[in-house]
Design a protein around this ligand. Structure first.
Ligand code: G1P
Length: 292
């Protein structure tokens, strides 16, 4: 099997209760970072990594995501009529081509492992990427691009990792490190959301994965783990005997956009990175900080 990564899975079935009331009638993945929805950031990152097929595992109330990745004739006609050529061009450049997007529903909120398993028939028998839109990574080259370039040499399961505060291990999948070569780490164990005393390290999985298709067999047999959910981390741990697991220390900054404060950090950071608004935002942030 070649190590080419052509398909990406986007689990977008989550309810987004942490962002209520904003997410009462709107998918959390549509929350914008400046003017671009989180899910579009993830899709563009996948495109930059050479992904050709985009598989969304959705749920009830998520049709806004499907509409977002479709052509909107009324809007295009209006922009055309009003001579807004620049905006019009920008609205098309990130749209996946017809037939490159597929949607399937998770049906029950049984966890990330179950969401990924729901994509098994659409992925088939080849390595694939998983991107969690909540984890926004500002990086150049983009995080998944860095990983795809590395995957040609490593194969196996390759997952983005970062050091977290020891008291935060219970928010993440944590790596039990076997050997540490700096950029790459090999694991001898993985634990989903351990308490700080149980955690084998403070090296955490973040939401970028390149996985072997055999993971679907393990997910199919999986029992419920942390939080009563079918955990992707547990399936990857079960695979360790047959499939090597590599943690990849990416270059870049990750923002936890599943968290309100992390989401605000991301908005400020992305605004400051935008030439059209950086000066204004920098002045505003300085002024407001001085008056605190
Ligand atoms: C999921 C994974 C966890 C990983 C995290 C990264 O957890 O289960 O292993 O560390 O994403 O954001 P969630 O944040 O969905 O609870």
């Amino acid at each position: 099997m070649s190590n080419a990564v052509r398909k990406a899975v986007f689990p977008v079935g989550g309810l987004g209760t942490r962002f209520l009331p904003a997410t009462k009638s709107m998918p959390k993945e549509m929350l914008p970072i400046v003017d671009k929805p989180l899910i579009q950031h993830a899709v563009e990152e996948a495109q930059a990594a050479g992904i050709e097929e985009f598989i969304f595992v959705t749920g009830r109330g998520k049709t806004a995501i499907e509409d977002h990745f479709d052509r909107s004739f009324e809007l295009y006609d209006l922009l055309e009529e009003r001579g807004k050529k620049e905006i019009l061009a920008k609205m098309s450049e990130w749209l996946p081509s017809a037939g490159a997007v597929a949607y399937t529903r998770q049906q029950e909120p049984l966890g990330l492992g179950h969401a990924v398993w729901c994509a098994r028939n659409l992925v088939g028998d080849e390595p694939f990427a998983v991107l969690l839109a909540d984890d926004l990574v500002m990086a150049d080259p983009p995080c998944l691009r860095q990983m795809v370039d590395t995957y040609g040499d490593t194969g196996g399961n390759l997952v983005a990792v970062m050091e977290v505060e020891p008291e935060h291990t219970s928010r993440y999948g944590i790596v039990d490190v076997d050997s540490d070569q700096g950029k790459l780490v090999q694991a001898k164990g993985l634990v989903e959301k351990p308490s700080p005393v149980e955690a084998p390290s403070n090296l955490a999985i973040i939401g970028r994965y390149i996985l072997r298709p055999e993971v679907f067999d393990f997910l199919g047999d999986a029992e419920r783990g942390a939080g009563g959910e079918i955990q992707l981390t547990d399936a990857l741990a079960s695979m360790l005997g047959s499939t090597p697991f590599f943690g990849y220390r990416y270059s870049g900054v990750r923002y936890d956009c599943g968290d309100k404060v992390g989401f605000l950090h991301a908005n400020v950071a992305y605004a400051l990175a935008r030439p059209d608004m950086a000066d204004d935002v920098r002045t505003f942030v300085r002024d407001i900080a001085e008056n605190l």
